[in-house]
Each structure stands twice: as C-alpha cells, then as structure tokens.
Design a binder for this molecule. Sequence first.
Ligand code: NAD
Length: 365
Amino acid sequence: MFEVKNIEDVNLAENPIIAQMSKYNHEQLLFCNDNETGLKAIIAVHNTVLGPALGGTRMWMYNSEMEALNDVLRLSRGMTYKNSISGLNLGGGKAVIIGDSRTMKSEALFRRFGKFVNSLAGKYITAEDVGISPVDMNWVSMETNHVVGLPGKSGDPSPVTAHGTYAGMKACAKEQYGSDSLTGKKVAVQGVGHVGEYLVAALAKENAEIYVSDIHEPTLKRVAEKYGAHVVGLDEIYDVDMDIYAPCALGATVNDETLSRLKCSIIAGAANNQLKNEEVHGKAVMDKGIIYAPDFALNAGGVINCYSEVKGLTSSWAMGKAEDIYNTISEIVKRSKSEGIPTYKIANQMAEERIEAIGKVKLPL
Ligand code: NAD
C-alpha cells in the first residue's frame, strides 16, 4: 500500500531524497540545522491518516547524512505499522539528531530541537529513544507541548510493555498448545532488564519454568533468585530445552545460526527487530512450525502508554489496552495459518488494512 508502482519514474540520481520518500510514501521530512547549538536533525512524518505521527527521537553518531536519513525513514514507517496494528489513533513518525550523545548534548541544542518539533504544530509528537534521557526531553518540552513520556507523566512504559508481551505470549500458547495456560511451560527469557523482569514476574506467578540470561551478572542473579528462575549462559540460551523463546534484550537473534539450534515452538518477546532478515527468517520460523509473534505488535505496550498520556487516559486503561494484544496476536496467527503466510507479513497487512479503511471513513461526506 505504501509502495508506488512507478518508482522507476523517479530520477534517483537527481532527486535521491524525494525518491526515497516516495518509495514508502512518506508524507513529510523536516531537516533541522542550527549552527549556534550544533543541532543537525531530521524529523520524518510517515503517515498521519490515523492521527498525529508519534515516535521517539534518537541521538546517534551516524556515519553520513544518508545513513541518518535511511534510519529515520525506516523507523518512522515502522511506527506507522506499530500504531496501526495496536488500534491507536496515531500515525507514524520519528526524529534523529545526528551527533555524539556523550559529548554534544546541551540545553540550547534540545530547546532548539523543541522549536522545530513545535513548528510542525502537533503533526509530530516526540518521545525518548536511544541516546536520549528524561533531562533532554524536559528541555525539549520547554519549547513544545508535543512531547510524551516525561518524568511524572505516564511513567515507565516497561510494565505495560511486559503486560502486552505476556498477553500475546498466552495467545500464541492457545494457538500452539490448545490452552493459553503457561503453567509448567519452559520459557527462556533473554535479558532481564526493565521489560524482562516484569515478564519473568508474570511467568513466575503462573508457575512457568523460567530460564534467564543477561550480560549484567548482578541483575541476572537478583532476578533468578527472586523468581526461582534457572540461570543460563549468554550463548547457551539458544540450546535450552524450551517451549517458548522470549528475546527481551537484542535484535536479530532469530537468524540462520540460532534457528538451527532453537528447540522452541513459540517465539514471543519484547525486543525490537528480532528477525535478522524479515523475509528469510519470517518464512523459516513458519516452515519449522514455530509461531512467531511479530515484535512490533507484541511490544506495543510502550506506545500504548504514550497514547494514554496524549489522550489523558489512566494507567489502568493502558494496561487494559495492552491486554488487547492477546486478540491481535490470535488474529495474526489464525490468518497466518489459514493463508499460509508468515505472521510478520500478516501483521503488516492488518496494519495497512486498518489505515486504508479508516482513511475512507475520514473522507468528506
Ligand atoms: P533494558 O536495557 O532495561 O534491558 C535489556 C537487558 O538486556 C539488560 O538487562 C541488559 O543487560 C541485557 N542484555 C544486553 N545484551 C544481552 C545479551 N547479549 N544477552 C542477554 N541479555 C542482554 O531494556 P528494556 O527496556 O527492558 O527493553 C528490552 C527490549 O525491549 C529492547 O530491545 C527494547 O528496544 C524493547 N522494547 C522495550 C520497550 C519498553 O517499554 N521498555 C518497549 C518496546 C520495545
């Protein structure tokens, strides 16, 4: 739906930026420069059919402007799909600030960036992402109201993300085992940070048999002892005799190498971009009879939490909405089975179908 058929008509050499935008039908790009503060940023608005484009700001030392551009285009489009599949009235957007987050931060830079966000008049709503702290976002908020996730507002999204991940994992269990009970199921949680620990807590409450790994030894030890989980090595986790693999740390852990080792029948975790190559490994998991819960649908609790702040809704609303992820994942898996199409593709289709349908609703009467 977002691809143009006549992309070859666009002269890439003469017009690389507009051509890149038209490839996935991005609505708008805002290039931001300020010599005084050293601010160099790009804000991408991918699609606003469902509502204002929401997505975080990332600060990263990109090797080139084109690398930053590619990243912001890719990430903003991803937000369109995540917001749509989650049933939120939000479009997709993202911002990148080009620079070293350890050395280049200042109040002036973030306030200047806030001015640029504000110039979009609410079409883009920003939040924290990689390389950005609450202090930085506080500075942004001095120049614009179009910021969410500030300290003292909707708060840490991790419990909501874990709640949604847990609900979606149960939906996969229902499809794979005929019951959504996780009691006695062997679940390997990779990464017991913010989301991972809440997920382990929910699994422990249901008497699942839990295996955990983490690079941070003290956290690993504390979580394992608190919830009675078995500790496994960083690489050993792929060989655990498990029913469910829950990646909650890194991306790209579902790849050729790990797929030859994983014995699970479900992959359901909170990490972003779990499939190393969406097309190759999305199909490979299906061929192995593994149910893969598409990450952007499963880990949408974070954005649901942001949405509750935008709309002035309560945290219990956010938890309830995260529970709906059960139904979303059920539908994805059912359609995947009946149509013989990998789950990640079905999830993309469902996100596009909603945008198309609601786009028609919004036409003038
Ligand atoms: P976090 O940084 O709090 O936790 C990640 C944990 O993974 C840390 O404890 C870290 O030590 C561990 N880790 C790093 N490398 C590891 C490895 N090789 N093996 C095992 N453990 C490793 O992050 P988080 O907020 O819990 O998020 C976890 C994942 O979920 C991330 O991929 C994040 O992008 C994604 N996510 C989080 C949210 C949210 O609400 N926090 C929302 C959507 C997606």
